[in-house]
Design a protein around this ligand. Structure first.
Ligand SMILES: *[C@@H]1O[C@H](CO)[C@@H](O)[C@H](O)[C@H]1NC(C)=O
Ligand SMILES: *[C@@H]1O[C@H](CO)[C@@H](O)[C@H](O)[C@H]1NC(C)=O
Ligand SMILES: *[C@@H]1O[C@H](CO)[C@@H](O)[C@H](O)[C@H]1NC(C)=O
Ligand SMILES: *[C@@H]1O[C@H](CO)[C@@H](O)[C@H](O)[C@H]1NC(C)=O
Ligand SMILES: *[C@@H]1O[C@H](CO)[C@@H](O)[C@H](O)[C@H]1NC(C)=O
Ligand SMILES: *[C@@H]1O[C@H](CO)[C@@H](O)[C@H](O)[C@H]1NC(C)=O
Ligand SMILES: *[C@@H]1O[C@H](CO)[C@@H](O)[C@H](O)[C@H]1NC(C)=O
Ligand SMILES: *[C@@H]1O[C@H](CO)[C@@H](O)[C@H](O)[C@H]1NC(C)=O
Ligand SMILES: CC(=O)N[C@H]1CO[C@H](CO)[C@@H](O)[C@@H]1O
Length: 862
């Protein structure tokens, strides 16, 4: 479709000697990433390729030669991005052995329970040598294998030997893929090519004597094309490739939790980026250039994209590299703040300075601490209204809060907890927190004003008796009189009740001083010295509200907000003590009366949920050698346990690792502090310290717990997790608001139906925006919401006039009507035929369970 200048010579047709594979901004991690950030990072990488090289630069093959385990949701996304196949390097060593034996290193991955095949079908090939050359064939200057010596007069002439060794195969077709290269190689490429040229020459010379082997320089997509041409059937896989072990005591399940603060920072940065993207669209041109200067979303997009790398959000980089990823995100957010300020000024008519408080999680905000009157703008990036608890550090003892219509809002002043004082250190002074609930409109903002009523030193905290029960209209939580621990959880609507004990423990990290294996715990690897975790405290002193104090370095606040269906556990862990020279892997464990039989459930990249079973893998006969580490799985947004009656779901605020080691129990790893490197390339122990925390990093986070009947649990946890990922952004302005300020705004004409998530709204070029709409329920999860829904694109936005629409694939680098993928046939099954569903009209878009549809809209600001 490109218009070429007629005077330019016609370019030669592409010879296909060089091709791009994968084409994302980075090769993403698969265990600690959220699908929304993965789609974004693929989109900017593939867009760069299309704009730079045109259509023939489009990668046909997804290529993840290094990530340490492979998520089903990644395969589903790659299929929807139009890739013809996927190659990767690492899988469990037992799984590989079995697949080599049965010639199943190439397979068809059916990566969704909800999408109609072949939508999420992805041909998947496991590379024969990871990302390395075959053994004995490494000819880089970093390698020590002998070069090919082809002078017959040489004593060490070795052509026959090399050729002989090369000719062995464990693949299904007559085609064999060999990767030639590795980490840090080709600095002196001549060495490689000289030997490869010889290898190819001598192997092919055998053809004169009847050999049927032909070796050539090729590309992944050429290889894939030959496999497709072979017209065979392939084994079907429906689970995933977690956890990954490369030996009996070497489970790469530690990085599911490594660097928990970076993991949280990455997740909240995604939320901030989506807000930035949306406000760039909603605020129009002035958002990029306005009263606060020049802002952009691009810097943050790139910072987020590179943070998806498999040694970034995974937490498996050196400390100074981790610092640099965080610095990039902070810099991106600076650029976005200018844009957000400009956009909010345009939408509200108020161009007063806007203050951002990024450390409200530890009660730091200089404006709210010292101001006698200020206003809070609450921007909600979700396409439905939200209710959200706000906690602001303040110094007064009484405040009045009013909403956008001037109505007074209930609020409360509570003391800043001891734990918060300790984690805040010298960063703030407020003695109290002002707590109130805000309600924000869909894809828009509202404004609250706060005024000090009473100043002065706070009254001494009343000696409150520890409560034994807290409840709201949905849930009731009981605490044990003696231990102070949570003892039961009841759902008051459904009359469900379970026994629930929650406590904190740590695993004693192996230091590698062990006969079975010298493997220590490290940034990648989780290897506890003993399978029984050490309990941090049998009891907890309940200080006030329900603030639990387990140890000087472990505390928690248990909260039940008035309108919430979830119990909030705000944990604070650190500095993890290491003065006993023992590395510690800190978990929280929920022990319940739910009758599970070794099954539990975890999400894949924050989307579809997979069933897990203790000491079991669906596709091979597992010999379990690590009873804890070998039963850990990534938890990106939620995990649950259930029986016929009760389902306990935990929604997390970042990616973590966890498992169900005992029936009825669910544990989640929160923090890790280790004293040894695990020999996988970091070259450092995972022992995080910083300027604020020279004694060891303190991390705070939240878990949301819900109790529901399994049949309706998704109706609670889907919206809960959606709200955890995209959080309201609070911005502050000091003093009185100018009259005529527009205090409330919604970018939508109406809230979207509960099943529809607005995944992307982002400026694409001058007059078009990228829109992704997602059905966020699986096909049989909810009676109400697991139904197709139809949305009218022209009746979506309040301030945007939609003039035209074109549909794209998931990564927005191909027009829907030009898409064509290879079709593959599973063993024992029919070749699935792509069903195309017709939309009722150009503007009406129907979404089926777990579908994401991507559109480029031509728009005008009304
Ligand atoms: C082919 O076989 C003949 C007889 O064994 C041998 O002399 C010759 O070197 C072989 N050629 C190659 C290329 O190996
Ligand atoms: C592939 O194989 C099937 C049955 O095995 C056959 O019906 C079909 O014609 C073959 N297709 C091609 C392109 O060879
Ligand atoms: C807040 O109150 C504390 C204790 O009364 C005091 O030390 C601090 O200076 C106050 N901070 C501000 C900003 O007013
Ligand atoms: C932790 O393991 C070390 C050996 O690595 C051992 O010396 C120590 O006693 C263990 N500590 C506890 C509390 O189990
Ligand atoms: C645990 O620590 C003890 C004491 O140092 C050691 O004998 C044992 O081998 C360790 N086990 C592992 C798995 O590291
Ligand atoms: C967990 O439940 C399964 C299935 O009922 C049972 O076989 C197993 O023994 C139980 N495990 C424990 C530790 O009780
Ligand atoms: C609080 O949030 C900030 C910004 O997201 C994050 O960098 C920091 O690690 C968090 N603090 C703690 C103690 O978790
Ligand atoms: C790819 O880039 C070309 C040239 O800039 C553009 O015309 C085309 O629309 C792009 N394709 C997609 C799917 O964006
Ligand atoms: C979401 C979506 O439309 N995905 C499509 C992207 O392109 C491939 C073909 O190239 C289709 O199979 C996907 O359905």
């Amino acid at each position: 479709k490109q218009q070429r200048n007629a005077s330019l010579p016609k370019p030669a047709p592409p010879a296909g000697r060089l091709e791009f594979v994968n084409g994302g901004w980075c090769m993403s991690d698969e265990a600690a990433t959220h699908y929304s950030a993965v789609i974004d990072q693929m989109t900017i990488g593939l867009r760069f390729l299309n704009e730079t090289f045109g259509a023939c630069g489009r990668p046909r093959v997804a290529w993840h030669i290094d990530p340490f385990g492979h998520a089903r949701e990644h395969a589903s996304m790659f299929a929807q991005m139009g890739f013809d196949g996927f190659f990767f390097g690492r899988l469990d060593y037992q799984d590989r052995a079995r697949r080599m034996r049965d010639k199943e290193q190439e397979l068809l991955w059916r990566a969704s329970d909800s999408l109609t095949p072949p939508m999420a079908d992805l041909f998947t090939g496991i590379l024969p040598n990871g990302y390395n050359p075959p053994e004995g064939f490494c000819w880089d200057q970093l390698c020590s294998d002998p070069p090919i010596r082809d002078d017959p007069d040489l004593e060490d002439y070795n052509v026959d030997d090399v050729v002989g060794r090369f000719l062995s195969t464990v693949y299904k077709t007559n085609h064999i893929i060999m990767t030639m290269g590795s980490d840090f190689q080709y600095e002196n490429a001549n060495l490689w090519y000289k030997n490869l040229d010889k290898l190819i020459h001598y192997v092919n010379a055998q053809q004169a004597n009847g050999s049927k082997v032909n070796v050539l320089y090729s590309t992944p997509s050429c290889y894939l094309q030959e496999l497709h041409r072979a017209n065979l059937t392939w084994p079907l896989k429906t689970d995933d490739f977690f956890p990954y072990a490369d030996d009996a005591h070497d489970f790469w399940t530690g990085y599911f939790t490594s660097r928990p603060a970076l993991k949280r920072y990455e997740r909240i940065s995604n939320s901030n980026l989506q807000t930035c993207n949306q406000l760039e669209v909603l605020g129009g041109l002035t958002s990029r250039k306005g009263p606060f200067g020049e802002g952009d979303s691009q810097t943050m997009k790139k910072a987020m994209a590179v943070a998806q790398h498999h040694d970034a959000v995974s937490g498996t980089e050196k400390q100074h590299v981790a610092n640099d990823y965080a610095r990039k995100l902070a810099n991106g957010w600076q650029h976005c703040q200018v844009l957000v300020s400009n956009s909010l000024a345009a939408l509200s008519g108020l161009s007063a300075e806007r203050i951002y408080c990024d450390n409200l999680n530890v009660s730091v905000c200089h404006l709210t601490e010292s101001s006698k009157k200020f206003s809070v703008n609450v921007y909600n990036p979700l396409a439905r209204p939200v209710t959200w608890p706000v906690r602001l550090p303040v110094n007064g003892t009484a405040y009045s809060v009013s909403d956008a219509s001037g109505k007074a809002v209930d609020c409360q002043v509570v003391h800043v907890s001891q734990a918060t004082h300790e984690v805040r250190r010298q960063r703030g002074f407020a003695v109290n927190e002002l707590v109130f609930q805000v309600q924000a409109p869909p894809l828009g903002y509202t404004t609250y004003t706060v005024a000090l009523i009473q100043d002065g030193p706070p009254p001494a905290p009343a000696q409150q008796r520890a409560p034994t029960v807290i409840q709201n209209k949905f849930l009731q939580v009981t605490f044990d009189h003696e231990t102070g621990l949570i003892s039961s959880l009841n759902n008051l609507e459904t009359k469900q009740s379970i026994k629930l004990t929650q406590n904190f423990y740590w695993y004693n990290a192996s230091d590698g001083n062990n006969v079975a294996s010298r493997q220590p715990s490290g940034a990648y690897i989780f290897r506890p010295n003993s399978s029984t975790p050490v309990i941090i405290s049998q009891t907890t002193s309940v200080v006030q509200e329900v603030r639990q104090w387990f140890a000087p370095w472990v505390s928690q606040v248990v909260r039940l907000y008035a309108d919430s269906r979830a119990l909030e556990l705000e944990w604070t862990v650190g500095p993890v003590p290491i003065d006993d020279s023992v590395g510690k892997e800190v978990i929280t464990r929920l022990d319940t009366s739910i009758k599970t039989a070794e099954y539990f459930y975890t999400d894949s990249n924050g989307r579809e949920v997979l069933q897990r079973k203790k000491d079991f893998r669906p596709t091979w006969n597992l010999k379990q050698s690590e009873p804890i580490a070998g039963n850990y799985y990534p938890i990106n947004s939620r995990a649950y346990i259930k029986d016929d009656v009760d389902q306990l779901t935990v929604v997390t605020d970042r990616s973590q690792g966890g498992g169900s080691i005992q029936n009825g129990s669910l544990e989640i790893m929160l923090h890790r502090r280790l004293l040894h490197d695990d020999f996988r390339g970091v070259g450092e122990p995972l022992n995080e310290i910083s300027g604020i925390f020279p004694d060891g990093l303190v991390v705070r986070g939240r878990l949301l717990l819900t109790l529901d009947p399994p049949q309706t649990a998704a109706d609670t946890h889907r919206p809960l997790a959606e709200g955890m990922v995209l959080q309201p952004l609070l911005t502050f302005t000091d003093g009185d608001l100018k009259p005529n300020t527009q205090l409330e705004f919604s970018g939508l004409l109406a809230a979207l139906p509960p099943a529809v998530h607005l995944l992307t709204l982002s400026q694409w070029d001058e007059d078009s925006v990228l829109l992704r709409l997602e059905h966020q329920y699986q096909s049989s999860e909810s009676k109400v919401s697991s139904q197709p829904v139809t949305v009218n694109l022209q009746k979506l936005f309040s301030t945007l006039e939609v003039l035209g629409v074109a549909e794209l694939n998931l990564s927005a680098n191909q027009w829907k009507d030009e898409m064509k993928r290879f079709d593959w046939t599973p063993e024992k099954g029919e070749k699935p035929l792509l069903k195309t569903f017709e939309d009722p009209s150009t503007w009406e878009v129907t979404l089926r369970p777990m579908e994401i549809r991507t559109f480029l809209l031509k728009v005008n600001l009304r």
